[in-house]
Write a protein that binds this ligand. Sequence first.
Ligand code: UGA
Length: 429
Amino acid sequence: MEICVIGAGYVGLTTAAVLSDRGHTVCCVDTDLDKINLLRRGEVPIYEPGLEELIAKNQENLSFSASPAESVRAASVIFVAVGTPSRPDGSTDLRYILSAVDTIAEATSTYKTIIIKSTVPPGTNEQVYLALLRKGLAPELFDVVSNPEFLKEGSAINDMIHPDKIVIGKQDTDTTSFSVLQQVYKGIDAPIILTSLNGAEMIKYASNAFLATKVSFINEISRICDKYEVNIEDVKDGIGTDPRIGPLFLSSGLGYGGSCFPKDVRSLEHSAQSRDVIPHILQAIQNVNATQIDIYIDKLLEYFEDLTDKNLAVLGIAFKPNTDDTRDSPAVSLIKRLSEHSCRIQVYDPRAKFPHPELKNVTQQETCEHSILNADCVIIATEWDEFVQLDWRQVKEWMKGTYIMDARNCIDAQSVRSTGLSYIGIARP
Ligand code: UGA
């Protein structure tokens, strides 16, 4: 099939690469010419394991363009995977979606299946359908389908090839799109959830909100466990074996971040309020998340009365491992908060760049060792394998002090303590 993917971000690039690998002819378009030129040279602007290789492998049927109209005209299936940023009030800014709608309306003269992959608030797909009609597009020339994506950064390709479900939201009158999507995803084996346009949008939001709830829940439980000297890992294992709860997304730490959970939970809160529903749980999970860093700062201040002139090493900048994405990263928020204490902070991340060069007491180092040298305290803020596998005897040699704060509950407290270093965690007695 001839497919056009509008938007060359995480979702757009992964969709384009995977569908071209499935044998479709795909053109991925973006208005950012620099990004397109980079992609044309075979370089990928983001770090996502396996993506560069998959794009290189499919050069013959995957192209990149900065001319959306041309690519829309040539394709029968259009994926919209543009950004949907937050406005200051938490609502979703749909300007890139609406600009894609303008392009599609202008370039369409033959039938298109328009698939909205971007995460959008309930009601947006219907709005897109009506906007296309208002722009004069004849109803027999298009269908709008909501097909949200559930991939995670760091494992995006695998998540798209082996999804746990494919959600398809369509209008009752639409008798074409289901079979089009079956062809698009031919060979990708997953249960299909067929629902309305609003239903698909809600599945996506509810899914991210529920996962964020699990994270905030376990973080709140860890605060309580800390006061009763209970190991949160035991509690996690104990409750995770119950199939009604499940073991995943129960890792406590600095809280959730990234480009999805914070934005989507706020947007769902806004959607609820705009229809006079008070979203008590959504508000509570955001409150827990927003105060999670305080818990770690307070803990640190129990060990160091004053952080002035202390040398801190922070390992991890990305919002989670296996990505260079620092959007809404709890690690970045922690570093910013620490930098207010007139201490010296050496940060290191295998992939991510610290996004605040204006903070003069924060220096990014090229290696883990350089960030740790002479540190009074090492703080693990992102659970990269490189940090989990550190040789703690070696770390002790590099450090001046003895404190290791594990803000992601990812290292073995016993092996740290056995070297004579002091392990600091929340609910990790
Ligand atoms: C998330 C969802 O997991 C995907 O299903 C969804 O497609 C995606 O958002 C999206 O909407 O595009 P992602 O943002 O890549 O994916 O990251 P996650 O792996 O979900 O992690 C989100 C945050 O929660 C991270 O900061 C992570 O460190 C934190 N987290 C996760 C915890 O603190 N504890 C956990 O147990 C799990």
